[in-house]
Design a protein. Structure first.
Length: 476
């Protein structure tokens, strides 16, 4: 899913990746699994200024579905009040990782999973890492491994100096071996620790699934897929040189535990499977087009295929046919808010903003807690150009951003709406928020300072501008 295809839903976020939990399965990426602890440590300790850029996908429908997947898992893990978020990453590989209080899931994992249970198993594994405090302990192990490597290097250097002083060439070669051997020992120790944590998280995930009366079959299927992909890649991997147990080893460790569960034969609820199919259809349409959707859905009349077809038609620049297709879906599920949302997007492309606003309004009515839908509604109201509607757009955008405070594109629309109404100070503040949450702190301060010159001193807006001016990014 690209930012080009999803102009209102896709943006880059700067995050510090702390722990990769599922290996990349493409041959070109397999070498990353054997990354040395030195590189891993640099990832863990990177400041925001040097953080990796992650292309984050924002989609109300997919986020709501994944939130429903993870909610019961968080509850049994005792983390339901910990403010943990699930973030979707625009990457087609089957992968997931944790960073801080967030679980990052690749779009490829969602697209490749055939059932909700497969993704729920992935999420349960990630939650186990968070509940077990594995990030904190990994940092401790990294520091220990780094210390071991430094000591080995110093010992080697000392031996080398002694060898040079005595004129012993053999002593010098031995010193080099000491340094390299010590570093290798530290690296293997760290990788061994990580593999142990992975096994622990796998077992905890099965426990969470049992407590929520769900099957662990999806986890076995995921590891089986990983094993097949590794075999197809034709790459031989030393199991002691990677941070995760090999997929076949993970299946062996879990199979008996999963199969003896009283919930092994439990299937996902039909309604949840339907939502999963719709999600896959949407992702297929945005990432690879109708051909990919046809490979996923063998039945062309399935609702997932129909949804993918409607979206693909919209993306191909044919809003009239897309509208007819989405209207048929709405007739089959009139209370699905995301069909109405899609209808609104199609109508915007068809240059019918008034009708688009009505469609988004219906979507918000059906899912009133979705900040993203409110932002979409505000965007449609803004597109009408009517002053009364623009005033309402400000209200909807502001309400949506209260729920989705870091949604960068929403501030851009809010700035436009305030500007159209002549509220220049508020427009400057919205622009400051956009820069701030994009990580462009210098420009954010400039816009905040400009906003203060037009805002009432001491007002909540003026104080917020001052907060942005005074803000110090973490790690600087």
């Amino acid at each position: 899913m690209s930012c080009t295809k999803l102009p209102f839903r896709c943006h880059e976020a700067s995050v510090r990746i702390r722990l990769m939990l599922f290996p990349q399965l493409l041959k070109s990426r397999l070498s990353r699994l054997a990354t040395s602890f030195v590189v891993t440590f640099s990832l863990l300790s990177a400041s925001p200024a040097h953080a990796q850029r992650v292309n984050v996908v924002r989609d109300a429908e997919i986020e709501a579905l994944v939130a429903d997947y993870v909610r019961p898992i968080l509850k049994v893990a005792g983390l339901n009040r910990s403010g943990i978020e699930v973030v979707l990453v625009n990457d087609n590989s089957f992968n997931a990782f944790v960073a801080g209080r967030r679980i990052f899931v690749h779009a490829g994992a969602l697209l490749q999973s055939e059932s909700p249970n497969e993704i729920i198993g992935v999420l349960a594994h990630e939650v186990a890492h968070l509940a077990g405090g594995h990030q904190h302990r990994l940092r401790e192990q990294l520091a220990r491994a780094q210390t071991m490597a430094v000591v080995a290097m110093l010992v080697g250097v000392g031996a080398g100096v002694a060898g040079a002083a005595t004129g012993s060439e053999g002593f010098g070669r031995a010193a080099t071996g000491l340094a390299m051997g010590g570093t290798e020992m530290a690296r293997r120790s760290l990788l061994g620790y990580q593999r142990t944590e992975e096994i622990t998280a796998d077992r905890a995930a099965v426990d969470y699934l049992n407590k929520t009366k769900q099957s662990g079959r999806g986890m076995l299927k995921t590891f089986d897929r990983m094993g097949r992909d590794l075999a197809l890649a034709g790459v031989r991997i030393d199991p002691y040189q990677v941070s995760h147990p090999m997929p076949r080893d993970r299946i062996a460790n879990l199979e008996e535990l999963v199969r003896k569960s009283p919930y092994f034969e439990t299937k996902d609820p039909a309604g949840l499977q339907l939502r999963h199919d719709l999600m896959r259809g949407k992702l297929a349409a945005y990432t690879a087009g109708p051909a990919a959707a046809r490979r996923i859905f063998k039945d062309p009349s399935s609702i997932g295929m129909q949804y993918a077809d409607a979206i693909s038609t919209y993306l191909s620049g044919n809003p009239r046919d897309a509208l007819a297709k989405i209207d048929r879906l709405i007739a089959s599920q009139p209370k699905n808010p995301y069909f109405h949302e899609m209808r609104g997007e199609i109508l915007i492309k068809a240059n019918r903003p008034q009708d688009a606003a009505k469609a988004f309004g219906q979507a918000v009515k059906l899912a009133p807690s979705s900040g993203l839908l409110q932002v979409g509604y505000g965007q449609a109201l803004l597109a009408t150009g009517d002053e009364a509607q623009i005033s309402k757009a400000v209200s909807e955008l502001s309400a949506g951003l209260t729920r989705e405070r870091e949604y960068v594109n929403g501030y851009r629309f809010l700035a436009q709406a305030h500007g159209r109404l002549g509220n220049i100070g508020a427009a400057e503040l919205a622009s400051a928020e956009e820069r701030y949450y994009s990580g462009n702190y210098q420009e954010a301060r400039v816009f905040a300072a400009r906003a203060q010159t037009k805002l009432k001193r001491g007002s909540p807006e003026w104080v917020r501008a001052q907060d942005i001016i005074n803000s110090k990014p973490q790690g600087r």
